[in-house]
Write a protein that binds this ligand. Sequence first.
Ligand SMILES: Nc1nc2c(ncn2[C@@H]2O[C@H](COP(=O)(O)OP(=O)(O)OP(=O)(O)O)[C@@H](O)[C@H]2O)c(=O)[nH]1
Ligand SMILES: [Mg+2]
Length: 203
Amino acid sequence: MTDSESHFTFKICLVGDSHVGKTDLCKNYVERATDSSVFRYHKQIENENRLYTMEIYDLPGAHRHADMASHMCSGSAGLVYVFDKTRRQTLTRLDDIRERLKTLGNDAMTSVLVGNRRDSRRPEVVTYEDGRAYASKYGMTYFETNLSTERENAKQPFDFLFTEIEDRIPDPVHPSALVNQNIHIGPAFDTPEMRAKLFFSKK
Ligand SMILES: Nc1nc2c(ncn2[C@@H]2O[C@H](COP(=O)(O)OP(=O)(O)OP(=O)(O)O)[C@@H](O)[C@H]2O)c(=O)[nH]1
Ligand SMILES: [Mg+2]
């Protein structure tokens, strides 16, 4: 199936400091990058005869991109906050990112917190308990990942978000049930396939 056959589309954003592993987490989860210029990936998931397209935005962590990154999170159904367990300041940085994202109206967003680099050769600075406490304080579910040795396990935060978001869609579906949920019926409007169709239909 192609993106343009999707029944439901929703957006997930990864946010967090530089070099915490956001890009590696995305690449580990998706099969292909569709638009490298905006750090966007597509993951298609088929479940119970429904086809879902998860658009994943891997936002740059550098401070100079903070405004752009928070702006891009608008309309997300899910947020993945990522920090590096070997650098406490990367967890502290999430305070600033959360503040910026407050204005987006987070009611329709499910958030998870990912502590990456578990069991890294560098000493662990943020413990599992620290990470879980931060997550529960801000209504997130906590995961720990290690991309050097546990790649399958590193898919869990995305699988969890998918299940949570899918659960928000009633069966049978009625469009009014999805108002303000940041879940769209049908394919994304701006997949490369859709852009090509719109372009040629105007000629
Ligand atoms: N040892 C180890 N290295 C990791 C892990 N995850 C990511 N890395 C490495 O850390 C470096 C930074 O990872 P990225 O995925 O590029 O980090 P990022 O969060 O996307 O960084 P920005 O794009 O700058 O915001 C890369 O060299 C990764 O291969 C991990 O779990 N363990
Ligand atoms: Mg990156």
